[in-house]
Design a protein around this ligand. Structure first.
Ligand code: NDP
Length: 448
């Protein structure tokens, strides 16, 4: 038994922190975790989970319309934001309870309060209590970045968007990334007038250009407006409660809500990190080595606070690897190659591996296969919306090095196909697989 109060003190009970706590405890460590908001973190409380439920809710707008083409007499339906919002929040609360229970079952002590670092092996709770731990894991995640401009306090972020009192009739969304495109789809399906305002001329930087262009084209067809190269100048709150958004190079836009989705910054302010000598990078992220160890040997970090890949499953893997390595005698290093990702836009995007441009730069000689098709369901529904699947192949080895898809259920299909890319399978392996007909996924084995 060590002289410390705990073997491990985790700050932050989000995806990475909860996984690390529970696995370390299952390896026999005495673990405590502090969380100043709600157990579950961004993903469960105000990210992936409630967002995906809103995406499902939004998609009914199209399903109900399409159902008429499939023989159903659907009366004109009305959407009730309050009901969906409250049902989603009830589900979030249920999941929060399950996360808390998991920690309890593993005998992890949970402090529902803020904790800061008071020394290399000491933490301080909000009430001043000091506790010692042989190791400290910082898993404080990230926080929405709101650029500074006059009136920015009138904007909301992804923290508040799940709690809106009522559905805004007109929404301006700042940013062209994941959150902007996902919420543009959600609000647009609910009937709001959506305008995406981007400082540059690129949405979803990092995704394959053809796939991005397809989303842009479909989004515009659905009625979403885009303003490019239009930096925010100011937001003015009007007497009637509406907001006027002033932009560089564009006419002002009047809206009922402004959502800022301009990236997320690591949550390292006021945690006491620099005071004990933990090195941060230029973005304020904790610098860690491949074993998640910071510049202070007793302090580790996982998840968004390290700003490696800001995705829940990555944070979970980092938490697991940390606990297995440090407490389970099983040194594990997270593999960041070929991490699949998705954008739950309308329609959604799924991608893994290199884009065409990246592959051309890195490999030189590549082959690219595409399938540009209208899903069978869309044809009968009279929906003129085409899916696009794209495969990037290393010409020298025939290995599939990238898959990029936009279309119905693309993330579901991509997750399975990502196994093949991760395993280094070749175009010939895809060709050798018999198609499953009729499906959209069969396009992947029929690419010519
Ligand atoms: P993203 O990084 O996806 O996009 C940020 C957008 O904001 C970009 O268009 C960027 O433009 C723009 N931007 C950045 N800084 C400024 C600024 N100072 N002024 C104006 N515009 C700016 O961030 P999100 O906020 O959408 O999401 C945060 C993170 O959360 C994502 O990176 C992702 O890791 C995660 N996430 C993942 C989801 C998923 O897996 N489906 C869903 C939602 C979030 P530019 O391109 O010019 O830099």
């Amino acid at each position: 038994m060590s002289n410390f109060d705990y073997d491990l003190f985790v700050i932050g009970a989000g995806s990475g922190g909860v996984r690390a706590s529970r696995i370390a405890a299952s390896h026999g460590a005495r673990v405590a975790v502090a969380e100043d908001y709600r157990v579950g973190g961004t993903c469960v409380i105000r990210g992936c989970v409630p967002k995906k439920l809103l995406v499902y809710g939004a998609h009914f707008a199209e399903d109900l319309k399409d159902a008429r083409h499939f023989g159903w007499d659907v009366p004109d339906c009305k959407f009730d934001w309050d009901r969906l919002r409250d049902n989603v929040q009830a589900e979030v609360t249920r999941l929060e309870g399950l996360y808390g229970q998991t920690l309890e079952n593993h005998k992890v002590t949970v402090f529902k309060t803020r904790a800061t670092i008071a020394g290399p092996q000491k933490v301080r709770l909000a009430d001043g209590t000091e506790l010692t731990a042989e190791r400290i894991l910082v898993a404080t995640g990230g926080w929405p970045h709101v650029p500074e401009f006059p009136g920015s306090e009138h904007a909301i972020t992804s923290n508040e968007v799940f709690h809106l009192d009522k559905l805004p009739k007109r929404v301006v969304i700042a940013g062209g990334g994941y959150i902007a495109n996902e919420f543009a789809g959600i609000f647009n399906e609910f009937g709001s007038k959506v305008t995406i305002v981007n400082r540059g001329d690129t949405i979803l930087r990092g995704y394959d250009e053809q796939i991005r262009d397809r989303l842009l084209q479909i989004s515009m067809t659905k009625g979403i407006d885009f303003k490019f190269n239009a930096p925010f100048e100011k937001i003015v709150k009007n007497d009637d409660g509406t907001l006027t958004v002033h932009l560089g190079g564009c006419e002002p836009i009047v809206a009922d809500a402004v959502l800022v989705a301009a990236g997320r910054v690591p949550n390292t302010k006021g945690v006491g990190l620099e005071e004990v000598g933990v090195d941060l990078d230029d973005h304020g992220a904790i610098k860690v080595d491949e074993s998640n160890q910071s510049s202070v040997p007793s302090i580790y970090a996982v998840g968004d606070v390290t700003n490696r890949i800001q995705l829940t499953p990555v944070a979970i893997r980092e938490g697991q690897a940390f606990a297995d390595s440090v407490f389970g005698g099983k040194p594990t290093v997270v593999d960041y190659q070929n991490v699949p990702s998705a954008v739950f836009s309308h329609p959604p995007i799924g991608a893994v591996g290199m884009t065409e441009a990246e592959a051309r730069n890195k490999l030189g000689s590549i082959r690219v296969y595409t399938s540009d098709f209208r899903a069978m369901k869309n044809v009968l529904a009279g929906r003129n919306e085409r899916a696009l699947y794209k495969m990037v192949v290393n010409a020298a080895t025939d290995q599939v090095v990238g898959l990029h898809m936009i279309g119905p259920d693309a993330p579901e299909i991509l997750q399975a196909a990502a196994i093949a890319v991760k395993a280094g399978l070749t175009k010939a392996d895809f060709d050798n697989t018999v198609a499953l007909h009729p499906s959209m996924a069969e396009e992947l084995v029929l690419l010519k």
